[in-house]
Write a protein that binds this ligand. Structure first.
Ligand SMILES: [Zn+2]
Length: 330
């Protein structure tokens, strides 16, 4: 049943049984696109793991990774050793092959959310489910990997965004695991942004990341070879054993310096629309022209551009401007 769950979820169907057992554990459907797996005997090193995919509906590679993980659990190739919550974010958008239906789900994960509509309602469901899951499994530290793919090319196709947090710093072992999983870069956020991974870090103190795993493609057209080490990391988390590790210095580290905001109707970026993420611009280079804010130019140190999008609403972020930073001392 576990391997059918994905397809049934997309079709909006409920599987015949809502509970069952993979080898050495139990699963339970908590709602549409929400599956909890609990081991009979959790491993001492295990985290309470939230693995989410499809927060943007057209980002399919992460959903295929979830499918591989569930198949491995079902056949017993992976022995469940950690509490696991698998979440599919925006089911109607996944079914439609679109990023979202009405609005970007990945900015709505805040407890004082007042908006209404399909995406805000789904954000509330997902937040409540995460809260209850971490509360049920308090004897294991919380962890959340929210998996995405990017719209554009990238100098580093696989990178992690570390959400901003005022609590303890991210544990050292996370950098080793991400390097071991073939991630190529890390971007430290500089302020609160109400993404799903930020939710788990901000409200639960989880080890949490948004993982960008290559470029958007349709189901069946993803290059899963490059994601093999990431798939192994997910399996190790599910088993509750130590994942493969590599020196964090293999990854490039960046810090967000500032956000480039669109402030007027008459707004344009000064570089090509298909410029890859992490493209670096030299001091003095013009990055954007805005009728209200004027020109945005690079200051004394080079800046790289991530997630540029001139088509955002007025008042929204049109790009992140980032600078290189040393790897965390480990
Ligand atoms: Zn995404």
């Amino acid at each position: 049943m576990l391997s059918d769950w994905l397809d049934l979820s997309f079709e909006g169907k409920t599987p015949r049984s809502r509970t069952g057992g993979p080898a050495n554990g139990r699963y339970r459907l908590l709602g549409s696109g929400m599956l909890e797996l609990v081991p009979n005997t959790p491993q001492p090193e295990a985290y309470s793991c939230v693995i989410s995919a499809g927060i943007h509906g057209n980002e399919t590679a992460p959903i295929e990774l979830v499918g591989e993980l569930l198949a491995a659990l079902e056949t017993g190739q992976v022995r469940l050793g950690a509490p696991l919550l698998i979440l599919l974010g925006n089911l109607p958008a996944i079914a439609a092959g679109q990023r979202f239906i009405n609005t970007n789900l990945n900015r709505l994960f805040r407890r004082d959310l007042e908006e209404s509509g399909p995406e805000p309602d789904r954000a509330r469901e997902l937040m409540a489910t995460v809260d209850a899951f971490y509360a049920r499994h308090q004897d294991h530290p919380p962890l959340h990997y929210d998996m995405h793919t990017a719209i554009r090319d990238s100098r580093y196709p696989r990178f992690a965004v570390e959400p901003y947090g005022e609590g303890p710093p991210t544990e050292e072992n996370q950098w080793h695991w991400l390097a071991g999983a073939g991630l190529q870069a890390v971007l430290h956020q500089h302020c609160h942004s109400w993404t799903f991974s930020h939710y788990s870090r901000h409200y639960h103190g989880a080890q949490a990341f948004t993982l960008e795993l290559g470029k958007v493609a349709e189901f069946g057209h993803n290059d899963l070879t490059a994601l093999r080490p990431m798939s192994e990391l997910l399996k190790a988390l599910a088993e509750g054993v130590l994942p493969a590790s590599a020196p964090p210095s293999r990854m490039a580290f960046f810090q967000v310096e500032r956000e480039l905001m669109r402030e007027s109707e008459d707004f344009s970026l000064c570089f090509a629309e298909d410029t890859p993420n992490f493209t670096e611009f030299a001091p003095g280079r013009c990055l954007a022209r805005d009728a209200t804010a004027g020109e945005c130019r690079v200051g004394n140190t080079p800046l790289a551009v991530v997630f540029p999008n001139a088509e955002v609403e007025i008042g929204a972020r049109a790009a992140l401007l980032v600078a290189t930073t040393p790897p965390p001392r480990t």
